[in-house]
Design a binder for this molecule. Structure first.
Ligand code: SF4
Length: 194
């Protein structure tokens, strides 16, 4: 077949683009296969829920030897059917930074400011939890109302309130509500309503 220079360039350009698309597709396939066969092989699949917002999209966490290897949408979730928004899809960043190292922004300590102080001090999470528990118990004991002015049993705690979070999942919401009701808390709200 006789082709002129213009036709030759046109034909070779189309072929090169086609080859590039095939190559790219092959590379993606190989990468996906590699991920499946090597990275998450024998990893435990832990179904979980995206912690970011109250949509509650389902996720699968792939965990091996205590290490989180991969987080992706759970196709069995009736809510999200495997999809995640960009925020949910970036949830690995809770644990790791962009190059796979432990995220330095992850908070492993609590900040505490003493009454009247102007500066924050860092304390261990364990200590912070103990301090919260002590204060909750003290406040609950001081402000518990067993009966109202008419002598009716009310068993309510008027000294504590709880503000929920859009960042916790359904199971956590359930547990928080149970805990608060068991403490007699009646001021139970959610910031999305405020
Ligand atoms: S993936 Fe996005 S929409 Fe779904 S729960 Fe997480 S933040 Fe909300």
């Amino acid at each position: 077949m006789q082709v002129n220079r213009r036709e030759f360039l046109k034909l070779s350009g189309v072929s090169a683009a086609g080859a590039a698309v095939v190559l790219f597709a092959d590379e993606r396939k190989a990468l996906a296969q590699d991920l499946k066969e090597h990275r998450i092989t024998k990893a435990k699949e832990v179904p979980t829920v995206c912690p970011h917002c109250s949509v509650g999209c389902g996720m699968i966490a792939y965990v091996k030897e205590g290490e989180l290897l991969q987080l992706e949408g759970n196709p069995d979730s009736p809510i999200s059917e495997g999809s995640l928004c960009p925020k949910g899809a970036a949830s690995m960043q809770f644990a790791y930074d962009a190059v796979g190292k432990a995220n330095p922004l992850r908070q492993l300590k609590a900040k505490y400011r003493k009454p009247g102080a102007t500066a924050w001090e860092e304390i261990d999470l364990e200590k912070a939890l103990d301090m919260i528990a002590e204060r909750v118990k003290e406040t609950r004991d001081k402000s518990f109302v067993a009966t109202n002015k008419d002598g009716l049993t009310v068993n309510r705690n008027e000294g504590l309130a709880h503000l929920g979070s859009a960042c916790i999942d359904n199971e956590e919401c359930y547990l928080v509500t149970k805990l608060m009701r068991s403490l007699g808390v009646v001021y139970l709200e959610h910031h999305a309503r405020i």
